[in-house]
Design a binder for this molecule. Structure first.
Ligand code: ATP
Ligand code: MG
Length: 735
């Protein structure tokens, strides 16, 4: 009877219990969002400990993030008390890989105190090798190579496994050669990168029977959460480690596979049943998280994907509120609206900790951050940096600060050699010496040192150009009108006669070579940084002058003093995996933003389906209230452009949503104001009851051709979206 049950079984439903109690042999739990997969996995760990089937050190348990690992440990602690002490092998694949590799480092030519390189180090190293190999780094950027090597490592491929076809992807077939050189350099440095944490261990397990047997013996039970997002090398690990005892339990949901761009392969779900014949496959169908309306909305969207394994979801929860779909005018109104609603909820007694805003792309957070700071609403950014703390934003701000305030030495130091101008450490040391000796700011010292013969000709030329640039930008800045725009509605570039401060910023970023630096490398990460720079200039439009904007930024940067208070969470949909909140806002459901422009450009169905799974993940984070927003206008490169609602909005089942548009009343007024600039609706077919200019997506197939034309017409050289890659920080890289 239930009364005699150990605490970890109480309240679990029958299939969950089965997942907990079927301890021997392979088990695959395949179930939709919020059905208690993670809960069952946690209870299974508790059960194995409680019944003494294994010691804590004999359990290998893989979570997707470190946060998830910590939470799991806490929960088990509450269920079984001290028995949880020291579960050394509970963590992410990378954390576990690092720990194992330290013990066997010598088998791959490392010492146990090897360092783990971060992305910057990795790139620096690759650049050196590229230069030494006489390859044109402009044509074949280090980031491209880094991406390829990462991809190979995710697939479990060492240099000798790389075929000619794969190698062809870099510098006319030299990819493999450089990969090998890179590995040799790492070994010489007693270092490895993140991919190596998994790949080295795989190599060791394959080549050293004794080590493999050691771990096969040790890990009596293996448990894996978020199984749908494992990649090839992780899968190969699991297969080797579980081969002997076969006590492996994986839980996952094919509809929530959202990391294929990082090498995850949802096919691992199918492989599992093949590699572990006779696996018990358990389905959980009762959802304990969300209301029926929320579930129906999410199911309606994901139903448009093909090739699903298919699942049933039901809930006993009361009907609750319908999913709200709100059409608003533009980005600033979206931020205002969400801010207002959160404040209202707070007044109604809600805790900010129970509210989340889920965005598709990192750069979307900026608008919310600015608004929340303005109204004093505490927030935190999870799984990424706050907008103004991102490296490229700090670089750009350093340029602007230096133009605004020549004595800003910190800014000077940050960008004097970014992009690389050929100023070596020696030249910079001399510059510092002179500044100190004469008690002047670095900018002045820079001008003065040019009159000496302290510098090499190369350094002198480089510094001379930089000093000249700074002077020219300062002249431009002083000719720039105090007030360039008129508040936050359509700015009028050039209206004041001089150079608007947004133009000044663009000029500086272009002439300094900073923009070009990121344009030169075609990696996905660089694309995201360029978007952030665009977003920075967009943010500037809301201030009258460069000075006013920089003032705002310094206030924003200082806003982190609110340590322990309740906070609204802002994060990407990717980072939200596995989490849940009472109230979830999902802004920016517009074509080109979500689904991302990149997914649309790739054209294939695969990337669109991954976006749709992301929509499913996002909606199913909500317990009680889900709100989706789409704006009719976004500002891109200082140009207002019309946007059309995401096709996913059109896929939401009508019975479960409540639509609202703030446009119908004021729309004609807006449009009147608008026509002088551009008519945002000019190209969009009108009138399907969704407010001016909006049309429902034409079923699962997506949008009518006319709308696609609009998409192409807008956004010159801008690619929105593609921000998933910023989430590299999540799970993989943190331990
Ligand atoms: P996701 O697919 O999003 O990772 P999941 O399947 O892992 O979801 P959980 O996070 O484990 O689901 O559970 C969702 C919610 O339901 C949690 O709040 C959890 O505490 C609760 N829950 C799980 N199982 C039960 C149960 N048997 N009875 C009551 N509540 C449950
Ligand atoms: Mg889960």
């Amino acid at each position: 009877g239930q009364a005699a049950d150990p605490p970890y079984l109480r309240g679990l439903n029958a299939p969950q219990r089965e997942a907990v109690l079927t301890t021997e042999g392979p088990v695959l739990v395949l179930a939709g969002a919020g059905t208690g997969k993670t809960a069952a996995l946690t209870a299974r760990l508790a059960h194995l400990l409680y019944t003494r089937k294994a010691w804590p050190s004999e359990l290998l348990a893989v979570t997707f993030t470190n946060k998830a690992a910590r939470e799991m440990k806490e929960r088990i602690g509450r269920m079984v008390g001290d028995a949880v002490e020291g579960m050394p092998w509970l963590g992410t694949f990378h954390a576990i890989g690092a720990k194992m590799l330290r013990r066997h480092a010598e088998l791959v030519g490392l010492q146990s105190n090897f360092t783990i390189l971060d992305t910057d180090d990795q790139l620096r190293l690759l650049k050196q090798l590229i230069v030494a190999a006489d390859i044109d780094e402009k044509r074949f950027p280090a980031r491209l190579l880094a991406g390829l090597i990462d991809g190979w490592k995710n697939k479990g491929l060492t240099p000798s496994d790389i075929g000619a076809d794969d190698a062809a992807a870099y510098a006319n077939g030299r990819g493999r050669e450089l990969y090998a050189q890179y590995q040799a350099r790492l070994a010489a440095l007693n270092a490895c990168d993140f991919g190596d944490l998994l790949l080295h261990m795989l190599v060791i397990l394959k080549r050293h029977r004794d080590v493999l047997e050691l771990y096969q013996q040790r890990f009596k039970y293996i448990l894996v959460d978020e199984y749908q997002d494992t990649n090839a090398v992780q899968y190969l690990w699991l297969r080797l480690l579980a081969q002997e005892r076969k006590n492996i339990c994986c839980v996952g949901d094919d509809d929530q596979s959202i990391y294929s761009w990082r090498g995850a392969q949802v096919e691992n779900i199918l492989k599992f049943e093949k590699d572990f014949p006779g696996a018990a496959v358990i389905k959980l169908e009762q959802n304990y998280r969300s209301t029926p309306h929320i579930l129906a909305a999410a199911s309606g969207v994901i139903a448009n994907n093909g090739g699903r394994l298919g699942k049933t979801l039901w809930t006993e929860a009361g009907e609750g509120e319908k999913v709200r779909v709100i059409g608003i005018w533009d980005g600033p109104e979206e931020a205002r609206r969400i801010g207002d609603e959160i404040e209202a909820a707070q007044r109604g007694g809600a805790s900010l900790d129970d509210i989340a805003i889920l965005v598709r792309a990192q750069h979307q957070t900026r608008e919310f951050e600015d608004r929340f700071i303005a109204i004093g609403l505490p927030y935190k950014i999870v799984g990424g940096f706050r907008f103004y703390e991102r490296a490229e934003i700090r670089d750009a701000l350093a340029y602007l600060r230096l133009v605004n305030q020549p004595a800003d030495d910190l800014a000077f130091e940050r960008i004097v050699n970014v992009p690389k101008r050929g100023l070596g450490d020696k030249a910079l040391a001399k510059l510092h010496q002179l500044a100190r000796a004469q008690g002047v700011p670095l900018t002045i010292a820079a001008a003065r040192i040019l009159d000496t013969d302290e510098l090499t000709p190369q350094a002198r030329r480089a510094l001379g150009n930089f000093v000249g640039d700074l002077a020219r930008w300062r002249d431009l800045a002083s000719s720039s009108p105090a007030s360039a725009g008129e508040g936050d509605r359509p700015a009028q570039p050039g209206g004041g006669g001089g150079l608007p401060h947004t133009e000044l910023a663009r000029t500086i970023l272009d002439e300094s070579g900073y923009t070009a630096m990121w344009q030169a490398d075609r990696s996905a990460e660089a694309a995201g940084r360029l978007e952030n720079l665009t977003e920075l200039i967009r943010a500037m439009e809301e201030y009258d002058s460069l000075g006013a904007f920089l003032e705002h930024v310094s206030l924003v940067m200082d806003n982190d003093a609110q340590a322990e208070r309740e906070k609204v969470t802002i994060m990407t949909m990717h980072a939200a995996k596995g989490l849940e909140y009472d109230t979830v806002f999902m802004p920016g459901w517009e074509e080109g933003l979500f689904p991302s422009q990149r997914a649309l450009d790739e054209g294939g169905n695969a990337s669109l389906e991954e976006e749709r799974r992301l929509a499913y993940v996002a909606i199913t984070r909500a317990r009680a209230r889900a709100t989706i927003l789409h704006a009719a206008n976004r500002r891109i490169y200082g140009q207002w452009t019309s946007s059309i609602p995401s096709r996913f909005v059109g896929e939401l089942p009508a019975d479960h949503i409540e639509e609202e548009t703030t446009l119908s009343g004021g729309a004609s007024l807006w449009r009147a104001n608008w026509s002088e600039h551009t008519d945002p609706f000019a190209n969009v077919a009108r009138g399907t009851g969704r407010g001016p200019g909006w049309q429902r997506a034409a079923g699962a197939g997506g949008l009518a051709p006319v709308s696609n034309r609009v998409l192409e017409a807008r956004a010159p050289a801008v690619s929105l979206g593609n921000k998933g890659r910023d989430d590299l920080e999540v799970g993989m890289r943190v331990f």
